[in-house]
Design a protein around this ligand. Structure first.
Ligand SMILES: Cc1ncc(C[n+]2csc(CCOP(=O)(O)OP(=O)(O)O)c2C)c(N)n1
Ligand SMILES: [Mg+2]
Length: 657
């Protein structure tokens, strides 16, 4: 280990961070200055990566869970030689269009493994990446050749450890014995408000021990110790490791280090000059020079050759493996194609009464059969969510080949882990819970959407028709809340046939998450007059039933309320055209011609959904929107609906008006 070179790398990281943050007049120098030594040894000596091929499948993953320290990542990506992270990008840190955005954004530059910034989620998703590594290894490694063999590293701060989601995920990681997950904890005992004494005095080491992790500790400022602790972490193959590194926030800024002031504000030109002086960074006080030490450049230049050779060695191994294992190679290609294989979907008979969650289970099984890389599970609601896959082994510490994941009652971690599985590559994850508890996972769903990850969220018990469990379990505002997130596709199929198609639609999506909103109660499979209904479903809505005469009312319904709409149309004396709108967002994104072909312009429209009206205002006049704008009620579901006035008769009265 060339300690002198690493010192110069750490110095360069500090220099770039101080200058970029000063230039932007915005950013978080504290963690970058405080953890620069870890950055140097991590990127220089520990990580197996290749900047010339950032997506190399067997690279080590590094997740900067403390995403506010984005300049930590950017400066190291730049020094390592990631092509997108140019000096210009660093000089335009936090400016519109720069790949060096405020917080790391997935896809902006090679080497950014995920979008971080919402504290805790980086660590939680890293658990998913580590899960995916073991799953992939179990499926593709052979006794002769280990083509999947990499580590997942995380840098986490006090904030990440305070967030509940990291606890949920770490608990599961301990249970699952993810030995190749290594978390560095930048323990500087400072957050925005000041000392952690204000609110965080628990013994994190003991907590992680209790989770079943290996807990190690040392100094942030000893390269050899960090390398030694990392080797110890790797040697422990049955437990994840957390390495607690005692550090000083803002190290190097003589007056501001070890204070909350340096957490999230530029140093100011005066302190910057003093810091440079203390650190030995050349340059005129009063000007920013984005200094990079020549020794750091030379060091990484040599590394780039080593890294490339290491990847080429892997590639040779991979090619040999591919020749010896042609079937596995075919499967590998399918896993990495990013395209789902079309499944033979289950069929249902008109008149059949079946809950869409149950129909969903049949579709899931068909889709899972065709796509062995579909993996996932539920937050302890396997039966109620109906997400069991027949014959599927359970993924566990002793069986990495399993595909069903018992996430435990950890909705937020479940979704964050699913993001990690998706980001890792190779797998298509799904996760599930009651729709009402989507609130518990919403921040991770938001990141799925932001990162364009095609995670499938199976959210059952999708309305007050849950019944006896009462208002705590009856979602009313959730459909609106889910639809409000950009790039989330909410599919609420109306019957078993639509549900099977909805699963297919979910699998077809490649650039964002899909929510499958499914019922607990039975719905009746209805006749579809339009032979092209499946194609039209993919535009978000289609006409279920056309009246014989001229259309008086277009009645738009979603999910189980299509049954209600058909009943109300029967009761009414008007000519009602019933529309099933499986996805409002999708339909709203269609051309006017497509929209007009389903919802005739000029016709009176009535909307029906067993949820709050928010978002439906565009589609009907206030008095023509039949929704539930209050919490539900405990009772058998028909009785609960009656008591809420949500009946076919009441809907028919609106139509008649
Ligand atoms: C979920 C979430 N809540 C709040 C914030 C705002 N925030 C950003 S950094 C930070 C403090 C983090 O403290 P620590 O992890 O110790 O980082 P350090 O101050 O040591 O750099 C907070 C509250 C956030 N980014 N994410
Ligand atoms: Mg801190």
């Amino acid at each position: 280990m060339d300690k002198n070179a690493l010192t110069q790398v750490a110095l360069s990281v500090r220099s770039l961070a101080m200058d970029a943050i000063q230039k932007a007049n915005s950013g978080h120098p504290g963690v970058v200055l405080g953890a620069a030594e870890l950055g140097a040894v991590l990127y220089g000596e520990i990580l197996r990566h290749d900047p010339s091929n950032p997506k190399w499948p067997d690279r080590d993953r590094f997740v900067l869970s403390a995403g506010h320290g984005s300049m930590f990542l950017y400066s190291l990506l730049h020094l390592s030689g990631y092509a997108d992270m140019t000096m210009d990008a660093i000089k335009s840190f936090r400016q519109v269009g720069s790949v060096a955005a405020g917080h790391p954004e997935y896809g902006a530059s090679g080497g950014i493994e995920m979008t971080t910034g919402p504290l805790g989620q980086g660590l939680a998703s890293a658990v998913g990446m580590a899960v995916a590594e073991t799953m992939l290894a179990a499926r593709f490694n052979t006794p002769a050749r280990k083509i999947v063999d990499h580590y997942t590293y995380v840098l986490s701060g006090d904030g990440c450890l305070q967030e509940g989601v990291s606890g949920e995920a770490s608990s599961l990681a301990g249970h699952l014995g993810l030995g190749k997950l290594i978390v560095y904890y930048d323990s500087n005992k400072i957050t925005i408000d000041g000392s952690t004494d204000l609110s965080f005095t628990e013994n994190a080491a003991k907590r992680y021990e209790a989770y079943g992790w290996q807990v190690l500790s040392g100094s942030m400022y000893d390269f050899e110790e960090i390398a030694k602790l990392t080797a110890q972490a790797k040697a422990e193959t049955k437990k994840p490791s957390i390495i607690i590194l005692t550090s000083v926030i803002g190290k190097g800024a003589p007056n501001k280090q070890n204070t909350a002031d340096i957490h999230g504000m530029p140093l100011g030109m005066e302190e910057l000059a003093l810091a440079r002086k203390a650190l030995g960074i050349p340059g005129d006080p009063g000007t920013l020079n984005f200094y990079v030490a020549p020794e750091a450049e030379t060091y990484f230049k040599a590394k780039r050759d080593e890294w490339k050779k290491a990847r080429e060695k892997w590639l040779a191994e991979f090619d040999a493996w591919a020749k010896e294992n042609t079937d596995k190679k075919k499967e590998w290609d399918a896993f990495y194609s990013g395209k789902a294989v079309k499944a033979a979907l289950p069929s249902f008979a008109v008149g059949e009464k079946i809950a869409t969650r149950s129909a969903g289970n049949k579709a899931l099984n068909a889709v899972a059969n065709a796509n062995p890389n579909l993996v996932g599970g539920s937050a302890d609601l396997k039966g109620p969510n109906a997400v069991g896959i027949s014959g599927a082994a359970v993924y566990s510490a002793s069986d990495r080949s399993g595909r069903y994941i018992h996430f435990g009652i950890r909705e937020f971690a479940m979704a964050a882990i699913s993001n990690g599985i998706s980001l890792h590559g190779g797998f298509r994850p799904f996760c599930s819970t009651f729709m009402v508890f989507s609130d518990y996972l919403r921040p991770a769903l938001r990141l799925s959407a932001l990162m364009k990850q095609p995670v499938i969220y199976v959210l059952t018990h999708d309305s007050i028709y849950v019944g006896e469990d009462g208002p705590t379990h009856q979602p009313v505002e959730h459909l609106a809340a889910l639809r409000a997130v950009p790039n989330v596709r909410v599919l609420r199929p109306a019957d078993a046939e639509e549900t099977a198609e909805a699963w297919a639609m979910a699998m077809e999506r490649t650039d964002g998450p899909v929510v499958l909103a499914l019922t607990r109660q039975n719905t009746t499979v209805f006749a579809k007059e339009d032979s092209e209904w499946k194609d039209k479903l993919r535009s978000g809505a289609y006409i279920v039933k056309k009246p014989t005469g001229p259309v008086d009312v277009v009645l738009i319904a979603t999910g189980s309320e299509v049954n209600l709409a058909l009943a109300a149309a029967e009761l009414s004396g008007k000519n009602v055209q019933v529309v099933s709108m499986i996805s409002r967002e999708l339909f709203e994104s269609q051309s006017k011609a497509v929209r007009d072909s389903v919802v005739s312009p000029g016709a009176r429209t009535v909307v029906c959904e067993a949820a709050v009206r928010q978002g439906w205002e565009r589609w009907a006049k206030p008095e023509d929107i039949f929704t539930i704008d209050r919490f539900g009620e405990s009772g058998p579901y028909e009785k609960a609906a009656e008591s809420l006035g949500f009946t076919a008769k009441a809907l028919a009265e609106i139509i008649e008006r």
